[in-house]
Design a protein around this ligand. Structure first.
Ligand SMILES: Nc1ncnc2c1ncn2[C@@H]1O[C@H](COP(=O)(O)OP(=O)(O)OP(=O)(O)O)[C@@H](O)[C@H]1O
Ligand SMILES: [Zn+2]
Length: 637
């Protein structure tokens, strides 16, 4: 498109692709239509849910269950009947949305909610050489970034944050916030009682029983009935373990001491006996629920210690009574009512021990599920900013591209902070040709491990092909001949050095994903030993801009308890703000008010990256000029 085109002409002539018709997508489609765009394609894989209606204003109750892309189109055509909107009720990762498909558009606009799809669209936009405007929101925070091949960084040029993790000792011994109690309840206690028993767990499993035996107190004794078992677990985790921790005086020198809670302190004897015996018949028909059994119907209410104790005992019992088959395989899920009840009660009892205020079931569910409540206004603002950047892109006005952050509190009287985009990262494996380096023991590591842990998991390839020199050693996907497939299956189980084309020190391998049109080289460096704790994969990939998590606790112990949400759950890239090299100081400028830092900090408390985990080791510092409206950056030596 000619650089001199007026905005109006550029908009009229444009063919745009929107990916995602959710919170941002609905606002975006409406704004595009009202701004004069007349050829819009929308991809969304989902159908409308009741929970979408509070902010996705193109949808109504009667649309629940229908395709988001199609209903969004119909809703907008009602007030803009003469424009073309083409909906696709499909996953953007489908092979039909290939490079040729992407090439037909002048710009692609993302309104997605997960890293995987964002990375996929980034790769296709690079291959098709179509500019991408990327966006994300989390509560009051949001951001819009522009990615144009060769001119600005791509979406994957910089590391992405991983969900926040906490030092093990904070979780196991010295919680100071409610979220620490929640992480303890779901990632340690829930996992220990109902999850995979063989997984490492930092809970103390020994008791001081007379025999001094080494048995795991979480094992149920043969002669023990369920109420007895539940009470024993209660006394162990809230009573005995706290007493054991108190014995370590050093820990409590500068901290408030916790107090142990035994069931006899929390509930009178007869209440323990009667607990849950009022079980009503509703529980027989519905999913088992401790709050239903106990008549605690208001999820906003903050329970007393006695009520939390009753819920704890009842939920534990219900798991063993009603969901026995799942025990050993359960993973905490915020949509599992009984799991949320158990975790809320356990977290509250622990909080009570440590003098931390208790929370309601509703609040605890939000913390446990990393839920940040969406703000419709933020989505609307972000959609407007996407359209502003899209118009600049269409006009070829690249001098004026801006990444814009939407803040929670005004900084220099501004809520929207524009910043000039970064240049492409020369060592990005996605948008540059720079090879990656993989340190690995080539004599003991199987090809399967490299494919699973590096090529699929870190590089995000779906259907990879692996070449060693001119030899194809692995290929994924449909359409393989049976003998080819058998051959590749054999290769998967071979160690690298014994592949038909051996992979040893200094071998260069090429990996490619045709669907993503991504090809990159990996230089192999053989190494004999890996540190089990620091390098648990048994291999180290360098030059990769994957998730960052640099949290180290005060003892220098790098192990940490991750909050169990996946990176995919991060609803936006708003948390990316502090993670860009050189951005921390710039952010100090941008977020000059304490409230903005607190807002980001609070984001991290519910499960994403935080400003704290960033090391500002890049000397290419970027700062705002005096007049932030210019959004100009200075490079300092
Ligand atoms: N791979 C994908 N292909 C197509 N659409 C996708 C893909 N991944 C996510 N989406 C869509 O992106 C949209 C993101 O919107 P949003 O963040 O508001 O999520 P939501 O699912 O509508 O709401 P919530 O997650 O809060 O219930 C969703 O409509 C989702 O279906
Ligand atoms: Zn890049």
């Amino acid at each position: 498109m000619a650089a001199a085109a007026s905005s109006e002409e550029a908009v009229k002539a444009a063919k745009v692709l929107m990916v995602g018709a959710g919170g941002i997508g609905c606002e975006l489609l409406k704004t595009l239509a009202l701004s004069g765009f007349s050829d819009i394609h929308i991809i969304d894989l989902d159908t409308i849910e009741v929970s979408n209606l509070n902010r996705q204003f193109l949808f109504r109750q009667s649309h629940v269950g229908q395709s988001k892309a199609k209903v969004a189109r119909d809703a907008v055509l009602k007030f803009r009947p003469n424009i073309n909107i083409t909906p696709y009720h499909a996953n953007v990762k489908d092979s039909k949305f290939n490079v040729e498909f992407f090439k037909q558009f002048n710009v692609v606009l993302n309104g997605l909610d997960n890293l995987d799809a964002r990375r996929h669209v980034n790769r296709l936009c690079l291959a098709a050489e179509v500019p991408l405007v990327e966006s994300g929101t989390t509560g009051f925070l949001g951001q819009v970034t522009v990615h144009v091949k060769g001119k600005t960084e791509c979406y994957e040029c910089q590391p992405k944050p991983v969900p926040k993790s906490y030092p093990v000792c904070t979780i196991t011994s010295t919680p100071s916030k409610f979220v620490h109690c929640i992480v303890w309840a779901k990632d340690l206690l829930f996992a220990k009682l109902f999850g995979d028993r063989n997984q490492d767990n930092d809970l103390n499993v020994r008791s001081n029983d007379d025999s001094g035996s080494k048995t795991d107190v979480f094992e149920r004794n043969v002669d023990e009935d369920l109420p007895q078992y539940a009470q024993r677990i209660y006394d162990h985790v809230f009573g005995y373990n706290i007493e054991t921790a108190l014995a370590n005086e050093e820990t409590w020198k500068n901290r408030k001491k916790p107090y142990p809670i035994y069931i006899r302190d929390a509930l009178p004897e007869d209440a323990v006996q009667r607990n849950g015996s009022s079980r009503d018949h509703k529980n027989e028909e519905h999913e088992p629920s401790a709050t239903v059994s106990l008549g605690l119907r208001n999820p906003q209410e903050i329970w007393s210690l006695a009520d939390n104790s009753r819920v704890f005992l009842e939920a534990l019992k219900l798991f063993f009574e009603k969901r026995e088959k799942e025990i050993g395989n359960l993973i905490f899920d915020k949509d599992d009512q009984l799991a949320v009840e158990f975790v809320t009660a356990a977290a509250n009892i622990r909080a009570s021990s440590f003098g931390i205020p208790p929370h309601s079931l509703f609040e605890a569910k939000g913390v446990a599920g990393n839920i940040v409540h969406a703000v419709a206004t933020t989505n609307a603002i972000i959609a407007g900013l996407i359209v502003i950047e899209a118009i600049k892109v269409l006009k070829g006005d690249y001098q004026n591209y801006r990444m814009t952050y939407c803040l929670e509190h005004p900084s220099r009287k501004m809520l929207l902070m524009p910043v000039e985009p970064f240049e492409p990262n020369k060592s990005c494996y996605v948008c540059s040709e720079t090879p990656l380096v993989l340190e690995v023991n080539t004599k003991t590591t199987k090809l399967r491990e490299v494919i699973d842990k590096v090529i699929k998991s870190k590089l995000g390839m779906n259907l990879p092909l692996v070449m060693v020199g001119a030899t194809l050693v692995f290929e994924d996907g449909e359409g393989l001949e049976p003998d080819e497939a058998a051959n590749y299956a054999l290769n998967l189980e071979k160690v690298l050095a014994e592949l038909p084309a051996p992979v040893v020190n200094d071998t260069k391998i090429t990996v490619e994903d045709f669907q993503q049109e991504l090809k990159c080289s990996i230089n192999i460096k053989h190494r004999d030993e890996f540190d089990e704790e620091k390098e648990p994969d048994g291999m180290v990939l360098a030059g990769w801009s994957g998730p960052v998590d640099k949290q180290v606790n005060s003892n220098g112990d790098k192990r940490s308890v991750p909050s169990s949400s996946s990176a995919d759950d991060i609803d936006s890239t708003a948390e990316d703000i502090p993670v860009k090299p050189g951005m921390k100081r710039k952010l100090n400028e941008i977020l000059e008010s304490q409230e903005n830092f607190d807002a980001l900090q609070n984001q991290s408390d519910v499960g994403s990256s935080s400003a704290q985990v960033v090391e500002d080791d890049d000397d290419d510092i970027v700062m705002l000029d005096e007049d932030p409206k210019q959004g100009k950056k200075k490079r300092l030596q």
